[in-house]
Design a protein around this ligand. Structure first.
Ligand code: PLP
Length: 436
């Protein structure tokens, strides 16, 4: 008769001294390692693994990354996918994150040994990209940029905004609620579908802090509609602040209908706010560019301290602006013939392995980040729908799109270098059952 396995479970101190586990302590910290060791011991006590396997089980559990966030192959075809972390960073931006992880001169002048402008490298890169801006400021995200503009310029006063632009941006986040929370008042003008220049003119008065224009980033109004452009608004005499959302700094031939920060300033806006992790393809950040005196007013506001960007963001933003084509732009501009060829190759290899896979056309989208309604023709590998759930929980996790009873793996946002991993992930899925 076997001895009680609970007696043979290795002791904690012996396990912690095991070389692989000791190395993990350096990397991940003692509490994470002790938890993994404890979990492996518990499995042995329950009889799920043999006592001799405890060290292996703990070491395996500790071999992974130091975060519970799991990398995902985005096979949805949606380039800026908020639930999947929006913009994947370029190699240059990733390298900048590593540099910025240690002590860095983010707010320090090494030549004089004195305090210096925080994130001046990122600010210089922004101003080099948008020379028409008098100054720039980087905050935590696009919403923070807007909040700061409202609170610093319009607290206790009015922001004049079209009813057609009082939008919900996602996840229950409503722009008017956010703006009102700053203590500024919203003066609504026009109607949902039509707002005229005269509507703005009638509303502007001594209480007006600025006219706010919000780019509808996630929907389109079609039919009997009128909106007033920035150039016309700028003739009314009140400052015009524009939230372009998408973060496109300069015109991009791939996205001709998207407003840009540079173009909006040229049209007469005093301030433009935008996100860093949408079409710009950088880290989460809020950008404010425009009139130097107004930017200074925002920078000096006490709340600016609470909304400021961290050194990692500033480093990744600068590298995104100065560096190679960001993955977001590469995905938006992906060549449809290349996507088709990759889909055909992948589907062919899978079919040869007995998987019900075919290459199909697939329309991608820019996503909540901009260009609403714009279809991006591409290609996907079509699999039985039952693959969807199993691929999501596989390694690497693959998130596709289920459409008309099939699981589509759109290749637009999957780097070509990841095709091998994608193939392996599909192959690793057990022959599909009836449900996922
Ligand atoms: C995305 C978006 C925001 C919010 O920006 P975050 O960076 O997500 O905070 C605000 N306004 C518009 C028009 C947007 O598209």
């Amino acid at each position: 008769m076997a001895a009680d396995p609970r007696r043979a479970v290795p002791r904690t101190d012996a396990l912690l001294a095991e070389p692989r586990i000791a190395a993990a302590t350096e990397r991940l910290g003692r509490s994470v390692v002790k938890a993994a060791v404890g979990a492996a011991q518990d499995r042995a006590r329950r009889g799920e693994i043999a006592p001799a396997e405890v060290a292996d089980a703990a070491a395996r559990a500790l071999a992974g990354p130091a975060t519970t966030l799991r990398p995902v192959l985005n096979a949805t075809g949606v380039v800026v996918h908020t639930n999947l972390g929006r913009a994947p960073l370029s190699a240059a931006a990733q390298a900048a994150l590593v540099t910025a992880a240690g002590y860095v001169d983010v707010e320090y002048d090494l030549a004089t040994g004195r305090r210096a402008t925080r994130g001046r490298g990122a600010l210089a890169a922004l101003l080099a990209t948008v020379p028409g801006a008098g100054d720039a400021l980087v905050v935590n995200n696009g919403a923070a940029a807007l909040v700061l503009a409202a609170i610093a310029l319009a607290r206790g006063r009015e922001m004049v905004i079209s009813r057609g632009e009082l939008v919900e941006i996602g996840d229950g986040f409503r722009l008017p609620d956010l703006l009102v929370a700053t203590g500024a008042r919203i003066r609504e003008v026009g109607t949902t579908n039509r707002t005229m220049l005269g509507d703005y003119a009638d509303a502007i008065g001594p209480d007006t802090a600025f006219v706010l224009k919000v780019h509808p980033a996630n929907f389109r109004v079609e039919g009997f509609t009128t909106a007033v452009d920035v150039r016309a608004l700028a003739t009314l005499g009140a400052p015009v602040v524009v939230d372009v959302g998408s973060g496109l700094l300069r015109p991009d031939p791939l996205l001709p209908a998207e407003p840009t920060v540079a173009g909006t300033l040229r049209a007469g806006a005093v301030l433009v706010t935008a996100s860093g992790d949408k079409l710009l393809g950088g880290p989460q950040a809020g950008l404010v560019l425009g009139d130097a005196a107004m930017v200074a007013q925002l920078r000096r506001h006490p709340l600016a301290r609470a909304l400021r960007a961290d050194k990692l963001t500033l480093a990744a933003l600068e590298a995104t602006l100065r560096g190679p084509t960001p993955p977001v732009r590469a995905a938006v501009g992906a060549d449809v013939e290349l996507l088709r060829a990759r889909a055909t190759t992948l589907a062919g290899e899978l079919a040869a392995a007995g998987v019900d896979a075919v290459a199909v056309p697939s329309d991608g989208a820019v996503g909540g980040g901009g260009a609403p309604g714009l279809m991006l023709p591409g290609a996907a590998v079509s699999l039985p729908a039952a693959y969807a759930g199993r691929l999501r929980t596989g390694d690497p996790a693959v998130v596709g799109r289920v459409e008309r009873g099939r699981c589509l793996l759109d290749l637009r946002c999957v780097p070509a270098a990841a095709d091998v991993a994608l193939l392996a992930a599909v192959r690793a899925v057990q022959p599909a059952g009836p449900e996922c």
